[in-house]
Design a protein around this ligand. Structure first.
Ligand code: NJP
Length: 233
């Protein structure tokens, strides 16, 4: 049997990351799954029919990201797809943020994404791989209470585009989910009030589309919004 392709997923312990891991396993990838909560990661890995490793990962800590890269390469020796998914949300008026909250949003959503890409760049280049930056439908619009969060996703969009320009051998996709029923921003999956939200499994179908697309195309951007909610632009 040839070695399977290998995918790395950050924030894989629940929500969208767990749904992306499921689709990647179904598409035949071996998996390296990272997040801070190892017990949740192990539960996700045990539910998948794919070779997988789990490793504690805090994307805000350079040494943690590098250690995740090292165990991934030691186990699998290659990286074909990187799903830059770990992210947090906090929503309130601009003046209500503390400096620590503001900085934490950028530390996870922007600096963490950059550290992750930087760590896995060489094996991704060797594989002419796929990088999926999980940003948001708010990477091009804003709304009250969303200022700092939107700013992180605008920044992520800029990083995705820059990465593509600097490394044309990669395929960089900015995946832009709208409101999705996960544990995002302190919520619970399945909590009342989120009936109209996208399912994480639905968003993960967009990843499947990207994985299956013939490689002569560079899929640059995919935005999904819940069909049950009013369109917003
Ligand atoms: O959120 P959630 P989603 N280092 O809370 C991990 C974007 N998005 O799946 O570390 C490493 O269920 C955390 O695990 P743990 C959003 O911005 C969402 O919805 O153990 N990992 C968990 O696995 C984000 O980029 C919506 O706490 C860290 C995961 O991240 C992505 O979708 C809308 C970490 C978060 O799972 C996935 O979010 C939208 C760290 N420092 C964009 N901190 C939406 N859900 O509505 C957290 O536009 N994690």
């Amino acid at each position: 049997m040839p070695n399977p392709k290998v995918a790395v997923v950050t924030g894989a312990s629940r929500g969208l990351g767990a749904a992306f891991a499921r689709v990647l396993a179904e598409e035949g990838y071996a998996l390296a799954l990272g997040a801070r909560t190892l017990s949740d990661l192990e539960r996700v890995a045990a539910s998948l029919d794919a070779p997988s490793l789990t490793h504690p990962l805090d994307v805000t800590v350079p040494g943690s990201v590098d250690a995740f890269r090292e165990v991934t390469l030691a186990r699998f020796g290659r990286v074909d797809a990187l799903i830059v998914n770990a992210g947090i949300g906090l929503f309130k008026p601009l003046e209500a943020f503390t400096p620590q909250e503001f900085e934490q949003l950028f530390a996870v959503n922007v600096t963490g994404a950059w550290l992750t890409v930087r760590a896995f760049l060489e094996p991704l280049k060797a594989a002419r791989g796929l990088v999926v930056m999980v940003s948001s439908d708010v990477s091009t619009r804003v709304f009250p209470t969303g200022g700092p969060y939107c700013a992180t996703k605008f920044a992520l969009r800029a990083l995705a585009r820059t990465l593509q320009l600097e490394h044309p051998e990669l395929r960089v996709l900015e995946l832009r989910p709208g409101a999705t029923d996960t544990y995002f921003a302190g919520s619970e999956e399945g909590a009342s009030g989120k009936e109209a939200y996208l399912k994480a499994a639905t968003v993960a179908e967009a990843l499947r589309f990207a994985l299956r697309l013939p490689q002569d195309a560079r899929l640059e951007e995919l935005a999904l919004r819940p069909a049950a909610l009013e369109p917003v632009y």
